[in-house]
Design a protein around this ligand. Structure first.
Ligand code: ADP
Ligand code: GN1
Ligand code: MG
Length: 365
């Protein structure tokens, strides 16, 4: 176990006595541990300082957002301790501690009797996820978006992601360029299309909102007994953005018949049944506030966010796997290929997804 953990844990206000710490979860970014102390459980995380250059800003956003959400949840008759994250204080009264190397750590109450999934078991479950992210966005509706820190600059700026990929190609840091020519050729076809959402935001065609920005299925905790969505977690990337980032990223991860890192591409398909289910849930929560232009862009946001993530995986593969956690050398390449396969199928099924959104918007009016 990480030798810094003991000195970090002791800085937080947890029950006296023995404790244990185990690595936990499937996140790609932070180091996550489950801490058991007496009867209580906590999540302890080292915030990734490479990904988040100002981790104190991440904590400040989360403090403000969870305070705000807890009020909304209480007003709607929910349980603020079980339906959103709760930061644990240190003995000094802050919500973070440093280890000897200057890494920032934070602790949350563990949300009990909940599970997170990497694939939706059924369309019904995925519809509940759409509802949960839609509800999250609705509940954050009155929060001033531009008062949040930008915790990762240009996070969903897809043209900037495209340029980062071109830079990675030019540097060829890990010497892997020759093996990825087909993937590079695929990405290059999107040089113009990557602009769609940033242009729409810049030109004021779609509103700036508070967005989660990392809306994959395993960032929702589902109630282990009822199977219903309970809490949205992983709030590190909450920033001003477009609701289309949140919608598109959920579709990327969840409207697929296989995991993001499935090696057998014959198992990877974009499912319009899952797309419909998620859209029903998401639009159902937000019906009054989705603008006509947002609705028009909903289907394409899935393609764009999937393309963007594919470009990020490919750039990281070329850089030598410095951003995403990987379990084997080709991991980022395998991930790139699933994203490309999904984009290809999303394109083939574009008229179907447009019809689905039009149907659901019509029914919601
Ligand atoms: P990463 O940014 O690396 O994805 P996350 O914050 O998503 O890190 O945490 C990783 C995993 O840990 C989650 O997918 C979830 O399974 C679990 N987890 C995180 N916070 C909590 C919590 N407060 N209660 C229960 N489980 C949690
Ligand atoms: C990362 O943190 P995690 O594992 O939920 C990444 C997302 C990617 C995702 C791909 C801060 O999400 O942007 O879409 O991996 N998070 C960050 O699985 O970069
Ligand atoms: Mg996560």
């Amino acid at each position: 176990m990480n030798q810094h953990i003991e000195s970090v844990i002791l800085q937080f206000d947890i029950p006296d006595g023995a404790w244990t710490a185990e690595p936990y979860g499937n996140g790609h970014i932070n180091d996550t541990y489950l801490i058991a102390a007496g009867e209580k459980h906590f999540i302890l995380q080292r915030v990734n300082g490479y990904v988040f250059p100002k981790p104190e800003d991440v904590i400040e956003n989360i403090e403000r957002v969870t305070d705000f959400l807890k009020e909304q949840i209480a007003q709607e008759g929910g349980d603020p301790e079980r339906e959103t994250l709760t930061l644990v204080k240190t003995q000094q009264g802050t919500h973070f501690a440093y280890d000897e190397q200057g890494n920032l750590w934070r602790m949350y109450l563990f949300i009990e009797d909940a599970v997170s999934r990497d694939l939706p078991d059924t369309p019904e479950l995925f519809e509940l996820c759409g509802e949960a992210f839609g509800k999250f966005q609705r509940q954050m509706g009155a929060f001033p978006a531009d008062s949040l820190h930008e915790t990762i600059h240009d996070f969903h700026n897809t043209p900037a992601r495209y340029r980062q990929l071109q830079d990675a190609i030019a540097r060829n840091e890990a010497g892997r360029l020759d093996e990825v020519q087909p993937e590079i050729a695929f990405c290059r076809q999107y040089e113009q299309e990557v602009r769609a959402l940033v242009d729409a935001l810049e030109q004021g065609e779609i509103p700036l909102r508070v967005t989660h920005n990392d809306t994959k299925l395993n960032n929702i905790l589902m109630d282990a007994t009822t199977g219903k969505a309970r809490a949205i977690i992983d709030l590190d990337t909450i920033m001003p953005g477009s609701m289309l980032f949140d919608f598109g990223d959920s579709i990327r991860f969840g409207a697929s018949t296989a995991l993001e890192d499935e090696k057998d591409l014959s198992k990877v398909h974009f499912s319009t049944e899952l797309f419909r289910a998620y859209t029903e849930g998401f639009v159902g929560e937000l019906r009054g506030s989705i603008t006509a232009r947002e609705a028009e862009l909903l289907p394409f946001s899935g393609n764009l966010l999937t393309m963007e993530c594919g470009m990020r995986f490919l750039a990281d593969y070329l850089e030598g796997d410095i951003y995403f956690a990987t379990k084997y050398p080709e991991h980022n390449l395998v991930r790139t290929r699933t994203q490309i396969k999904l984009v290809q199928e999303m394109e083939q099924k574009a008229s179907e997804t447009r019809a689905i959104v039009a149907d659901i918007m019509e029914a919601a009016r």
